[in-house]
Ligand binder design. Sequence first.
Ligand SMILES: C[S@@+](CC[C@H](N)C(=O)[O-])C[C@H]1O[C@@H](n2cnc3c(N)ncnc32)[C@H](O)[C@@H]1O
Ligand code: SF4
Length: 390
Amino acid sequence: MLPPLALYVHLPWCVRKCPYCDFNSHPLHHAHLPQDVQARYLAALLADLHLAAEELRGRRIETVFFGGGTPSLFDAANIAQLLHAAERELGLAPDAEITLEANPGTVEAARFCALRSAGVNRLSLGVQSFDDAALARIGRIHDGAQARAALAHAIQTFPRCNVDLIHALPGQTVAGALADVDTALAAGLTHLSCYQLTIEPNTPFAHQPPAALPDHDASADIADALAAHLTQAGFTHYETSAFARAGEECRHNLNYWRFGDYLGIGAGAHSKLTFADGIVRETRPKHPARYLATAQNAPHELRRRTPVRDADLPFEFLMNALRLRAGVPRSLFAERTGLNDDVLAAPLARARALGLLADEDDRLCASARGQAFLNELLALFLPETGAPHG
Ligand SMILES: C[S@@+](CC[C@H](N)C(=O)[O-])C[C@H]1O[C@@H](n2cnc3c(N)ncnc32)[C@H](O)[C@@H]1O
Ligand code: SF4
């Protein structure tokens, strides 16, 4: 049986580039995305979706995620057109989860009602912090008051909302990080993503790190305090960075972690798709200008496809599945990869001997130690190191 199918749509522009961000996002230096750019990009996405859908007929889309960049810069009418196209080309499940990432600026918040009418039923708000000084230190264009106002408006407008917070911010204490979480909880939020600030290569922060970054131990103390606090508040820490009340988990992301299929359209988007003859990965041209030019002049060249070798599947599957703190049923490996799970036997035995796996025969699940040393655990499943020795 084929895995569930999700649709990811990448919208690659932001008002300004944040100095810590290495996502495929491009600064506009302006609060609005010009109508002609929106129109050209929409046409490119529709062509991309139409071509990709030819091979996927008969498969229905279970979840849609508009990610960025700042998707809330797009007019709701364009988002509505994309959802109509998804319905027309492949069909959307009646209960499809449709998430859109938004920045908490006032311009974006003014669009929330129209986005809801367009069909978005889950909003993911990139708040990062509610603290003005912390926001200024990481170069955000909004302040805490705007973030609180946008969150209140989002919770009134959408049936489901997520807030992204970043912790271990310059100068941040445990109390400061907990205050951010408490502000989100007080608004009635049911899903939180808490990312530790990472200094990514080739970002302004990598060239000039901000002052007063918490060290490794201080960052770990903040992360532990956040997890304990949210657990106490009734949230489940269901993935490395994700917390939800029961039933509020992000279905789109769960599909990635359970090695489901996803079609990614838009600049630099990635896909993972299962066909009768195997699993493939696809990428789209990364720069928006090149993506637009290719869509216009040679749409059949939008997709660059690479088959996933059987030897790489154990690592690829577990790299996703072991992020889930409750793991996955062992039977999912064969279901999703088409391989016999005997191929896991030797590395699983080694991982168990090292105390990196929970002691459950019918689940693949990292132990607390395995979660702390996830890279070491995953390395056991790499084709080079994971193959049985003579
Ligand atoms: C692709 S961004 C889109 C969200 C939206 N554009 C925004 O910034 O509000 C998704 C999330 O990744 C997180 N993120 C981006 N860069 C990060 C970094 N260097 N360290 C930690 N989290 C980061 C932020 O929490 C951000 O909200
Ligand atoms: S707004 Fe979001 S996507 Fe855009 S640069 Fe900032 S963190 Fe990156």
